[in-house]
Every structure is written in C-alpha cells, then in structure tokens.
Design a protein around this ligand. Structure first.
Ligand SMILES: Cc1cc2nc3c(=O)[nH]c(=O)nc-3n(C[C@H](O)[C@H](O)[C@H](O)COP(=O)(O)OP(=O)(O)OC[C@H]3O[C@@H](n4cnc5c(N)ncnc54)[C@H](O)[C@@H]3O)c2cc1C
Length: 445
C-alpha cells in the first residue's frame, strides 16, 4: 500500500486528497493542515461578515469529521509541515505534543497563500485584521459584536477591499478605503476602475487613492501621508503571497512569479512531488507563460489533477485565461485574459476598445449600463482580454473567456448567437456591441 501525503487542507489540498482516495481506495491518504479549519470557501467571508446572524462555520463545505469517516482520509488539523526532505521522501511535522517524521510515496503541496501584513508600526494592534482564513472572518465578526465599531478603514482597494467595504457598509459602519495606487482595483483598466470607485462612493464609502499609510496608532488612528483617519476597525487588504518557504527550503523549483513551478500534470521539480492552488503557477493560455493568478476556481481544479496524478493517473490541467469576477454593491465586475498594459508588456501590438450598452432590452425597466473594455491584437483582431462592469457582467465575461479559449477574433465574436429577451439582454448583447465597436476601431487604426 502506498502513502500519499497532502500539505494544506483548503480548496486545493482537500480536492487533491479526495481525488487521490477516490482513485486509489487502497492508498493511505494523509492531510496535514496547520490551522483548525479545512475545506471552507474563503470567497464567502465578506458576505458572511455582512450578516451577523450567520455562523462563520456556514462557510465550511465539508466538515473535517466527514473526510475522516466518509472518505477514509487521515486528516490531521493542528499539524504543520515544518521541513521537507525530497531525497528521503519525508515530511517533518510539528503538532501540539511534539514533532515527528512522516514518510511519503507521493506528496501534494497545497500550502496556499498568506495575506501580506503591513510592515508598519501598529500593524499588529488589536482591531487590525487581514481577511484570508476562516478565523480572520470569525475575529472580525467578534470584534464587531464586542466593540460596536462605527468606523472602519480598509487599506487596499483590490477586490477583497471592495468586498469588505460593501460588507461593512452593510453592517452600518462608516467606511474609508485607502489605496496607494492612483485608482481602485489596480489590476483593472482605468475606465472600469473609475466606475467601481463611483459605485463605492454612491454607497457612502469614502475613497482615497494615491495615499500611503505610514503607521497605525494605538486607539486606531491610521496615519497617512495626508493626515490621520480614525477607526474602530482596520482591515488590511493589500494582497497575498504564495506560501512557498517549505518548498523553497527543500530545493523545489520556483517560477519567475515566485510561486512553485509546475508542469501541466502539476508535477514540481522534485520526484513524485506535486503542487496545486495558490502556492503554484499555472499556464496562461494567452501569454503562453506560467502565471500566478491565485483563485479558488484554479485551486480546486489543480488540486483534483494533482490528487489524481499522485494516485497514478497522468491528467493534464488545461491552463487558465485569468477569469475572475466580484461584486461592487449593485454592479458586477469581471475580467478575463490580458489587460492592455500587460498585453503590450508581453510584446503584443494591442489596442483597447471601450463600449457601453444597456444590460436589458430597451423597453424593459431596470438594469444598468454595461461598460466593456476589449483588448485586441491589432493585426489579427484576435481577442486578448476583456473587462466588464454592470448587470450580469459576471456571466457575460464568461462568454468572453470562452472566446479566449477558442482563440476567437472580434469578427467571430460579433457573429455569436447570444440570447435575447427584454428582461435578460438587449437584441444586441453588450458582448456583441463591444465586438462591433472593437472591429470599427481596428479598421480606423
Ligand atoms: C475574501 C476572499 C475572497 C475570495 N473570493 C474569491 C472569488 O470570488 N473567486 C475565486 O475564485 N477565489 C476567491 N478567493 C481566493 C480563494 O479563496 C483561494 O484561491 C483559495 O482559497 C486557494 O485555495 P488553496 O487551497 O490553494 O490555498 P489556501 O486557501 O491558502 O489554503 C492553504 C492551506 O494550507 C495550510 N498550510 C500552509 N502551510 C502549511 C504547512 N506548512 N503545514 C500545514 N498546513 C499548511 C494553510 O493553513 C491553509 O489552510 C477569495 C479569497 C479571499 C480571502
């Protein structure tokens, strides 16, 4: 009987363990998770925080005990992998009562990513939180319940910062968002970011861009280069880094992005060692390069493939186009593929074309404008990327993601047979309008 060890027990790790056990019921599958929680949807944390009536454990997808009793997985919470000997095929593990060595035949590293903490005075004060793990969500809820906080400052206006702004406005707090870059959601095109910012402001959020936080003072005053902002709660949402210390120390190869380099079968540079999820890179189908786009979608899929292959299969991960979405109050925001600057940096001769169209039929009440930015290769008209904001942008972006997978041009896009009904979409869906506008702009350049 062989032993498959998985390090990390959230999306990628539990997908890997479940798949490995399904493929090889005779194998011993052991999961090491240093924290107390496994198999939860971190993506739901802001929405759970918004609702004081919901338990944070609602976010757990499958309870730890069920992995043990129903799936036959030896799941060890509170067990941290602190060393890895890939030649000797051994993991050094620390738990409450001491340390031990655990041998493996196949290993899956699914150590995920950690929130970046501000290297500033006061970053560890009570009342200052990051949003990454289930217990971060629990701690914020406890703080809100215990202190009756009225004023929140969110440092960082990426998608997590925006989701937290909505959650805390929903709880009735005054919210200020401080962003160092000169726009919110810095990974997005300026035209999309401007609409996100307007939506934040329309819902009573104070937004400052181009501002640097210099310290957080006791009593919670967030000091910036423009003055102090008082707070009862501070959320630091300035990004994440892959947890690669263990892999790096073991001599496992990292990619240019700093995450673990893997091939299409999720194999690392070490024999019989796989990696998946937020700690690993993925092949970007548009750039052709290995990229680090840490998302739950990819973590689940890569985990499943790493688990299958650790159990002896030879499955391949199809790669990513970088599709992601989030909600900013009443608007949905989506992106897929490359942004304009990214495309040009990669050597594409690209243009960005912007369009705006109604989300529903003209005779039907409600809906919003949908703004779309298409990034298109000038010579061929091939779609390289897209971003959208407005009603149903989350699903409309999936049409564009599919177009990217298919290598479609704007001419191909314009000919798509998309659904029309006044409550759902106009006769010409915003996706089709975007394609027409891009085609005309290409013709004019
Ligand atoms: C607020 C928020 C919103 C999000 N929204 C979305 C969304 O809408 N859509 C989307 O696709 N993604 C979203 N994500 C991202 C998604 O949650 C992550 O991509 C996903 O959790 C990654 O799963 P993972 O298993 O790779 O890593 P993680 O979730 O980071 O889990 C890794 C686990 O490994 C454990 N570990 C690390 N090192 C060790 C060690 N040495 N020994 C033992 N255990 C170890 C950690 O304790 C951790 O539990 C969101 C994330 C957050 C925080």
């Amino acid at each position: 009987m062989s032993r498959i060890v998985v390090i990390g027990g959230v999306a990628a790790g539990m997908s890997a363990a479940s798949q490995a056990k399904r493929r090889r019921p005779d194998a011993e599958v052991i999961v090491l998770e240093r924290g107390p929680d496994v198999s939860y949807g971190a993506c739901g944390i802001p929405y759970n925080i918004e609702d004081p009536a919901r338990e944070i454990d609602d976010l757990v997808v499958i309870a730890a005990e069920r992995f043990r009793t129903e799936r036959g997985i030896d799941l060890r919470t509170g067990h941290e992998a602190i060393g890895l000997d890939v030649a000797g095929r051994t993991v050094r593990v620390r738990e409450r009562s001491g340390e031990y060595d655990l041998g493996y035949d196949r290993l899956v590293i699914a150590t995920g990513a950690a929130a970046v903490r501000l290297p500033l005075p006061g970053a560890d004060l009570p009342g200052v939180f990051v949003v990454r793990e289930l217990r971060d969500g629990a701690a914020i809820k406890q703080h809100l319940a215990a202190t009756r906080a009225r004023r929140a400052v969110i440092i960082g206006a990426g998608y997590v910062g925006v989701e937290m702004a909505e959650a805390l406005r929903g709880r009735g707090l005054e919210v200020t968002v401080l962003e160092k870059a000169d726009q919110v959601v810095p990974g997005f095109e300026p035209a999309i970011a401007a609409i996100v910012q307007d939506e934040l402001v329309r819902h009573g959020t104070r937004v400052e861009t181009g501002v640097s936080v210099t310290a957080i003072e006791p009593g919670l005053a967030v000091q910036t280069d423009r003055g102090a902002v008082p707070a009862d709660l501070v959320v630091v949402a300035v990004g994440i880094r892959p947890n690669v210390a263990l892999a790096r120390a073991a001599g496992i190869g990292l990619g240019d992005t700093g995450a673990i380099a893997v091939d299409d079968e999720q194999r690392t540079s070490a024999p019989d060692v796989f990696a998946a999820g937020d700690c690993a890179e993925a092949r970007h189908l548009i750039s052709g390069h290995l990229a680090w786009v840490p998302l739950g979608t990819t973590a689940n899929k890569q985990g499943k493939i790493a688990g299958a292959n650790a159990a002896g299969a030879a499955e391949r991960f199809a790669g990513i186009v970088g599709t992601a979405g989030f909600k900013a109050f009443d608007l949905e925001v989506g992106r897929t593929g490359l942004g304009l600057a990214e495309a040009r940096h990669l050597g594409f001769d690209a243009i960005a074309s912007r369009s705006r169209h109604k989300s529903r039929g003209h005779s039907y009440p409600g809906g919003t404008d949908v703004t779309t930015v298409l990034v298109v290769e000038r010579a061929t008209g091939r779609l390289l990327g897209a971003q959208m904001i407005g009603e149903d942008a989350g699903k409309r972006i999936d049409v564009l993601a599919t177009a990217l997978h298919a290598g479609m041009t704007v001419d191909d896009l314009e000919g798509l047979d998309l659904a029309y009904a006044p409550p759902l979409a106009p006769v010409y869906d915003p996706v089709l309008i975007a394609a027409t506008v891009a085609r005309k702009e290409l013709a004019a350049t």
